[in-house]
Design a protein around this ligand. Structure first.
Ligand SMILES: [Zn+2]
Length: 463
């Protein structure tokens, strides 16, 4: 078996891992690189033609795991794309949204380009998405039944619930002699709405594991409730606005669920809450369609007809640009949850420009902020940030709810790896080098007989 890591090697985005069993070339995820704009062009060109890949298994629907599927299909991929049904439905929305953004970016760049310079062409457009969806096959989780499914002649695989976002999976692939497990992104215990990550039951010698928070210990998820209560009360008391940059997929729905519970329990006042992201609204509809995937706690808390964890009286999903703009002139207390989660674009940019300079307000971060993003600049409390070409002073309170992370911490990651039978080789992906190396040392100390590697991008490893 041969492994090559084409992305998320020493970094967190662009997951693409190739597993070769002889002639069969299986790709695990086909994600987009989301770093600095000047690098995106090069990094989002595929280093292999689509026609060279036999089949693709997808761990979950985040853009950095599915975003280059249209590029792969355009370059001749004709095999199956395999995931859970929820991942397929979510991925379709994510890809359509990515196509729209790229088209807008290309149009903008072409309007501004120097005469004679090359036209900017989007990686793909909405017209390319149906050809991707046509190739999709959906499998149920193996959690209970443990049934193997055929990927292609001689290769079988299983999907276990990864508890990271709706539909997320840990993937196990085998040719009958050797097996590799890929965690995709691994969730935490007690995440709102989601099941806990399910440990792979099959003996596996090779594990490809994420390491986003390989250098961090999170507080238990339930501690978030107390912190969220406190900060909402604090901002409501000074009649401020709380602006929350949140990923449309996953974080927005978890946060809405927690706010619903806190409101029902009377722990926070019924302040107006707006989810201002058309994509998040569409995704919430897909969540409702797949509510059989929710965890037992959610199902029992919201079991009456008409009850929905993602809908409550003082919560509104705004759609039109006019409704979004209208939020600017509203006075607090209120909360606006909007995308993108790292403030790299989207409606959140207007809300930040409109609230950052007033100390009454709060910017609340609920997830990982990558280097170089506006989100990271604000989290690091830089005195000013640039939005729409203008410098804005950061006077609003800046708060973080990192323990709501959708990613397992160093203890959860090492416990997950240790619970799998037969592990010998671990490849740590999807983490900045300083975080991956903390996890590497931890695993190496706990398991001196394991080989723990942080792979380099493009490097091939014979296992
Ligand atoms: Zn993810």
């Amino acid at each position: 078996m041969r492994l090559t890591f084409f992305g998320a090697a020493g970094e967190v985005t662009g997951s693409k891992h190739l597993v070769e069993f002889g002639e069969q070339r299986i790709l695990l995820d086909c994600g987009m690189y989301q770093g600095p704009a000047r690098e995106q062009g090069d990094r989002n060109r595929l280093p292999f033609p689509g026609s060279s890949i036999t089949a693709i298994l997808i761990s979950h629907a985040h853009l950095d795991h599915v975003g280059l599927l249209p590029v792969l299909v355009k370059s001749g991929f004709t095999g199956p794309i395999i995931s859970t049904a929820a991942t397929r439905d979510l991925a379709e929305l994510i890809l359509l949204d990515a196509a729209k953004l790229q088209q807008q970016d290309a149009e903008y760049a072409n309007r501004k380009r120097w005469p004679g310079s090359e036209l900017v062409v989007p990686l793909y457009t909405a017209e390319d998405i149906p050809a991707v969806m046509q190739r999709w096959q959906v499998w149920p989780y193996a959690n209970g039944s443990g049934i193997w499914h055929d990927v292609c002649p001689g290769i079988k695989a299983k999907l276990y619930d990864a508890g990271h976002i709706l539909g997320s999976a840990v993937i196990v692939v085998t040719d009958g002699r050797e097996a590799v497990a890929f965690t995709g992104d691994l969730g935490r215990q007690d995440t709102p709405l989601l099941n806990d990550p399910v440990v792979v039951h099959d003996p596996v010698a090779t594990l490809i594991m994420e390491s986003t928070y390989g250098g961090r210990e999170h507080q238990p998820v339930h501690s978030v409730m107390g912190k969220l209560t406190e900060l909402v009360q604090r901002v409501v008391a000074r009649r401020g606005k709380i602006v929350v940059p949140a990923f449309s997929l996953g974080r927005t729905q978890e946060l809405v669920y927690l706010l619903h519970e806190l409101t029902d329990q009377g722990r926070i006042p019924r302040l107006p809450i707006y989810v201002d992201s058309p994509l998040a609204s569409q995704i919430t509809t897909v969540f409702t369609q797949h509510q059989q995937e929710y965890d037992a706690e959610t199902k029992s808390d919201f079991r009456l007809p008409g009850e929905d964890p993602l809908i409550f009286r003082n919560l509104q999903y705004t759609h039109s640009v006019e409704d979004s703009k209208a939020l600017n002139s509203m006075s607090g207390p209120l909360m606006i949850i909007s995308a993108s989660g790292m403030a790299t674009g989207g409606r959140i940019m207007h809300h930040l420009a409109n609230t950052l300079d007033d100390p009454k307000n709060m910017v609340l971060f609920t997830g990982y902020q990558a280097q170089g993003t506006v989100g990271r600049h604000i989290v690091e409390r830089q005195p000013t940030v640039r939005l729409f070409g203008r410098s804005h002073p950061v006077r609003a309170e800046v708060a973080t709810l990192n323990d709501l992370s959708a990613h397992a911490d160093v203890n959860e990651l090492s416990a997950y790896a240790a619970a799998i039978t037969g592990v010998r080789n671990v490849y740590l992906v999807h983490g900045e080098p300083n975080r991956a190396s903390v996890l590497q040392q931890r695993l190496q100390t706990d398991h001196p007989d394991w080989q723990v590697t942080i792979p380099t991008r493009g490097q091939t490893y014979d296992v």
